[in-house]
Ligand binder design. Sequence first.
Ligand SMILES: Nc1nc2c(c(=O)[nH]1)N[C@H]1C(S)=C(S)[C@@H](COP(=O)(O)OP(=O)(O)OC[C@H]3O[C@@H](n4cnc5c(=O)[nH]c(N)nc54)[C@H](O)[C@@H]3O)O[C@H]1N2
Ligand SMILES: Nc1nc2c(c(=O)[nH]1)N[C@H]1C(S)=C(S)[C@@H](COP(=O)(O)OP(=O)(O)OC[C@H]3O[C@@H](n4cnc5c(=O)[nH]c(N)nc54)[C@H](O)[C@@H]3O)O[C@H]1N2
Ligand code: SF4
Ligand SMILES: [Mo]
Length: 683
Amino acid sequence: MSTYIDQQDGVFPSVCSLDCPDQCGLLVHKEKGKIVKIAGDPNHPVTKGNICNKVRNMAERIYDTKRLTTPLKRVGAKGEGSFEPISWEDAISTITSNWKQMIATSGPESILPYSFYGNMGNLSAEGMDRRFFHHMGASLLERTICTAAGSAGYKYTMGGSIGADPEDTVDTQLFIFWGINAVSTNMHQVTLAQQARKKGAKVIVIDVHKNQTGRSADWFIPILPGTDSALALGMMHILFAEHKVDQAFMEQYTVGHEQLREHVKQYDPATVSAITGVPVDDLYRLTRMYGDASPALIRIGNGLQHHDNGGMNVRTITCLPAITGQWLVRGGGAIKSNTFQLSFNEEALQRPDLLINRNTRSFNMNQLGRVLLEESEPVQSLYVYNSNPAVVTPESSKVRKGLAREDLFTVVHDLFLTETAKYADIVLPATSAFENTDFYASYWHHYMQIQQPVIARYGESKSNTEVFRLLATAMGYEEQALQDSDEQLIRQALDHPANPALKNITYDSLMEHQYVKADRQYIFPDRLPTPSGKIELYSEDMERDGLPPLPTYTPLQEQGTHPYIFVPGPNHNFLNSTFSNNAKHIGLEKTPKLFMNTTDAQNAGIEDGDWVTVWNERGSCELLATVGEHVLPGVVVSQGLWADTDNNQATHLVNALTPDRLADMGGGATFFSGRVDVMKKSS
Ligand SMILES: Nc1nc2c(c(=O)[nH]1)N[C@H]1C(S)=C(S)[C@@H](COP(=O)(O)OP(=O)(O)OC[C@H]3O[C@@H](n4cnc5c(=O)[nH]c(N)nc54)[C@H](O)[C@@H]3O)O[C@H]1N2
Ligand SMILES: Nc1nc2c(c(=O)[nH]1)N[C@H]1C(S)=C(S)[C@@H](COP(=O)(O)OP(=O)(O)OC[C@H]3O[C@@H](n4cnc5c(=O)[nH]c(N)nc54)[C@H](O)[C@@H]3O)O[C@H]1N2
Ligand code: SF4
Ligand SMILES: [Mo]
């Protein structure tokens, strides 16, 4: 059978590899062996042929002349970006001889992998890498930068990442997009909401920033950052008081509703309004709309959980559909992330059993700066792939100071010479997802998809799995699991009788159909994987973990030091830092902006279009002020993780200002809970 790569011309099915819930089905058009167009696959049941601009323009990135073609060795100072090409043999032997020496003198925990989901393919992101580092006994990494706090809060309540099926939301009557910039970050849920709207549905957006999603809503409700749990508790107060709760549902499917009813009495509308900035009348109107609509869906975003109290924000909102009984209504309930249906055999894929030492030390990825600078038994080597920590990780000035350590041996595997790669001793060129085999599980819709390589490898680049096989051989590791092929890895991961929803999803069915839906498991709502099997409005697990067992509002930690809460979120045309080095995508975004309220700007002597310096004790960056009513007074918002300038200046590095404190749950990041000062840039 000829593979897609062998065919020089044609249209080939594929899947988007980016860290985005939509996980679109794609059609890749090839002429003379090269991609000439990337379009949506109209047959994909959820994404239906529509894709975002980022990926429509993706071919520019695939064939960008800045792409790495060979391994590189650093010849200049760390961070400067001077390298010379070397062979793969040299690269692998340099890495492994350094590692062998470190392991002999300091043990394998002196080595730390650092990765995230630059490629969502499960083999690339959490497959062979895990096997390799487990076998080595390297320090473990807690991958907490994205959804950790919210997922933990959701899990305490629901037992796992189990939510509504987005395909059921075409008939939903009320959508609340809560802390999600869905127009940019989950466009197909917006399409579904627009379809429902034609049939009379209403769309409410609750956010700290009136961005494109807020502007597209029937009703935009601005809220102060980190106060969402208070808003949800205020809604519960009114729902109980006005008898808009589903008593029968609560009795059958929840635990703790009596305690909750008493507990929310303290969250009266005046108190909640003072905390959240949402007027009392709006609180009543919102609650009555929510209590009266059915099906009513809450799409819970990532924004409201990147806070000190992020876990509790998600936990509290997740209780709303449990008191109204919306979980039983098709198209109602909530969607946070939907990984449960497609959960595959992680143990078979990642082989934690290869890790001999059960007490291996582990580090939270959000604190990379501290880890590199403050450990008494220092990390001596960092191996980075699928991530760009010099830009995306909190307190990035500290991260860069750590990366600049002369005694740290750093390897970066990426498609480009990223800001992080400039600090590396050895850089390895990575294939793009279109050059790899992998399988993909969406964290929003319920389809598993397969990627077969569509184009030949760019230059001498290699995929993550290939590199780990090479490293394993050079380290002298004889474990067979470290040489399994991509096809074998997929077969092992999908062999998972513990999840009957996967029964139709196999390597062969994916090869035949490209995408296959999980057979929705009816564990819900009476056999949830919580300790009680029910929705836990009162959680004994939380009590045991030192958290309030009932949903509770706690304020953000940095109070008063600087005048503004700083919310540096993602933007429309980049994906985290991916695309921040592509001319077309930069052109579409134009400039890195800071949204600021008119009153605040007047008080600070700042006008619309001024360049401003944003600063705090952690660092500073420069942004272009956009003055107006997009944000409440006391809040400033930026969008996008911008690249360093060509001469390596980190001028727009918003993460220089973000705290590396951890959230209340799951070791999550607190990107949006920092405070800053803003002043007009001195010219
Ligand atoms: N175009 C594009 N798409 C992306 C990404 C990207 O960078 N660009 N990144 C991808 C990734 S990795 C992820 S995790 C998702 C993230 O996508 P989303 O889930 O949309 O999360 P964010 O964009 O971080 O934040 C969502 C919204 O929360 C708001 N917000 C911040 N703090 C609060 C708060 O305290 N309360 C409330 N109510 N709102 C608040 C922000 O203003 C923002 O509008 O998107 C994915 N998709
Ligand atoms: N201020 C602020 N900071 C944030 C956020 C925010 O909202 N605000 N969002 C946070 C969130 S939610 C997330 S998920 C993180 C994301 O942070 P990262 O996971 O670091 O995401 P990217 O910046 O997209 O970097 C991914 C890198 O992987 C590379 N890559 C892609 N495919 C492959 C491959 O197959 N192999 C290898 N070896 N490399 C590959 C890409 O070229 C890119 O350089 O950022 C976090 N940082
Ligand atoms: S980034 Fe998201 S919306 Fe864009 S093509 Fe990929 S999955 Fe679809
Ligand atoms: Mo993320």
